[in-house]
Design a protein around this ligand. Structure first.
Ligand code: C2O
Ligand code: CU
Ligand code: CU
Length: 522
């Protein structure tokens, strides 16, 4: 039996924050950059004092290398699976959709989260492929995806999306940044170069030999419960915090402005972040781009899949050490509090580097206009409930609109039309709901009577309508749908037709039926 590593025994802030390298194209052909990315199993040091950890990484690194593209620039990426052929790094529950025999245990497909891409390059969960040396099935595919990048500057990310094992593949390390830049961003004169830092926050647990720990069954499974072995867990919360692949790192900074691009790349954990100095973050962007104007915020909340683009000004803090703190309960919002000394901390900023030159970057008072999609433009309004149920083993299972992944498609928006989706959360937890392909705006949130809804299927409002938070008043691709609230989003469906998906970005939920296909039709 392996022994778990006690997170309180791990010294914090002894490793510098790694910055994932920018990926170079293999070559250019007719002005199109061609990239090749190989997924490989490697051993990587995630902390000074722990033995190397076996991870799965794009180009053999965790997190993967960063893509840097310009708006409207077409790129091609060949995704190659060189992972072990038979052995998954983590326990695969073979009763979950897509993971059943005879499907191989190790399958991959890459999704560009937030990407406006044709359906065949979207990384559909069923479009998985294997290592080409697995020759026993129809699994040999060459996967070259084309990304048109027809979208404004923002922080996207790419990650694995194989049906039924997404939680395991991402946990093993298959995630990376994909940054889109454009002329609007150039004109804003934001901090850049060494003063622009991507930060992917994830929670992990370890064994004492350095290996990743992921539970093979729910911790609180009643003894004698007839669960499959291994069995999916309802959610996963790691006991250490890892940023850019290092456990509790530090970043040395100059006393000046920095641009921080936060990504919540965790399976289930939300983060509600503050700086120990008490200073604000100036939020400039959200999932799909810039806000109208910067918003000073003492506290930043985000769930799995979401991004936050912020400016932090360290100029008044010479020689100080500032800790990035977290106090989001697990599950959010009514779960257990964070643990003092471990999950209540994320990383440190040390204002120890002398100023290399005057800070000429700006925090502009106006960013990029966000034009509201008018409600009147909506051709269709869909009511979609988030509900709890149990599966055939009696395990908790979450569903969208009471349907499973394999049920026929019910959401077929027409290309170019606007729809309002009202996400009605009847469960006790917040779910980060993500739609592929489109960007949307959050219209509002309204509390409703959950019991009355369960009994009658009608929404009886139980409180006043709340406008979106200041930090959400931009284009989003993932929205927090809080318990007992109906959250309305509005989107124009396009720019492509075809089959996409929408789902909860808590990866344990997504893998266990909280995901649905949808199709944009002509
Ligand atoms: Cu980030 Cu469908 O996923
Ligand atoms: Cu996505
Ligand atoms: Cu969920």
């Amino acid at each position: 039996m392996k022994e778990r590593l006690d997170p309180t025994s791990i010294p914090k802030y002894v490793d510098p924050l790694p910055i994932p390298p920018v990926l170079r194209p293999r070559h250019r052909l007719f002005g199109i950059k061609h990239y090749t990315v190989k997924m490989r199993q490697v051993r990587q040091k995630l902390h000074r004092d722990t033995p190397p950890t076996t991870v799965w990484g794009y180009e053999g690194m965790y997190p993967g290398p960063t893509f840097e593209v310009r708006t409207n620039e077409i790129i091609k990426v060949k995704w190659i699976n060189r992972l072990p052929i038979f052995r998954h790094l983590l326990p695969v529950d073979r009763t979950i959709h897509g993971a059943e025999p005879p499907n191989p245990r190790v399958r991959t497909v890459v999704h560009l989260h937030g990407g406006n891409v044709p359906a065949r390059y979207d990384g559909h969960p069923e479009a998985w492929f294997t290592n080409r040396f697995l020759v026993t099935g129809p699994y040999f595919k060459n996967i070259t995806y084309v990304y048109p990048n027809i979208q404004p500057a923002t922080t996207l990310w790419y990650h694995d999306h194989a049906l039924g094992i997404t939680r395991l593949n991402v946990y093993a390390g298959l995630a990376g940044f994909y940054i889109v830049r454009d002329a609007y961003e150039d004109r804003l004169n934001l901090p850049h170069g060494p003063h622009e830092v991507p930060l992917v926050i994830q929670d992990r647990s370890f064994q004492r030999d350095g290996s990743l720990f992921y539970p093979a069954r729910p911790e609180d499974a009643p003894p004698g419960a007839r669960l499959p072995d291994p069995s999916i867990v309802p959610e996963f919360f790691g006991d250490t915090i890892v940023v850019n692949g290092k456990v509790w790192p530090y970043l040395e900074v100059e006393p000046r402005k920095y641009r921080l691009r936060f990504l919540n790349g965790s399976n289930s954990r939300f983060y509600r972040m503050r700086l120990s100095s008490g200073q604000p973050f100036y939020q400039i962007g959200t999932d799909q781009g810039f806000l109208d104007e910067p918003v000073p915020r003492e506290e930043l909340l985000f769930g799995p899949g979401e991004r936050l683009d912020v400016i932090v000004d360290f100029s008044d803090f010479g020689n100080e050490t500032i800790t990035l703190l977290n106090d989001a309960p697990t599950p959010f919002p009514n779960g257990d509090p964070v643990k003092e000394g471990t999950t209540d901390q994320i990383m440190q900023f040390r204002v120890t580097i002398p100023l290399a030159g005057p800070d000429t970057s700006s925090l502009p008072s106006r960013l990029v206009p966000v034009i509201p999609l008018p409600e009147e433009a909506a051709l269709n309004i869909r009511n979609l409930a988030l509900v709890e149920d149990t599966d055939r083993f009696g395990r908790l299972m979450l569903m969208l609109d009471n349907k499973r992944w394999s049920d026929p498609i019910t959401e077929r928006p027409q290309l170019g039309t606007v729809e309002i989706w009202r996400l009605i959360n009847t469960t006790p937890d917040t779910h980060p709901i993500h739609l592929h392909l489109v960007r949307f705006q959050v219209l509002d949130r309204q509390p409703f009577d959950v019991n009355a809804y369960r009994a009658t299927g009608e929404i009886r409002h139980a409180g006043s309508v709340a406008r979106p938070d200041a930090g959400e008043k931009g284009w989003k691709d993932t929205v927090l749908v809080h318990p007992g609230e109906a959250t309305r989003i509005i989107a124009r469906f396009g720019d492509f037709t075809g089959k996409y998906v929408w789902h909860c970005h808590i990866l344990e939920h997504e893998d266990h039926e909280m995901m649905r296909p949808y199709e944009v039709v002509r």
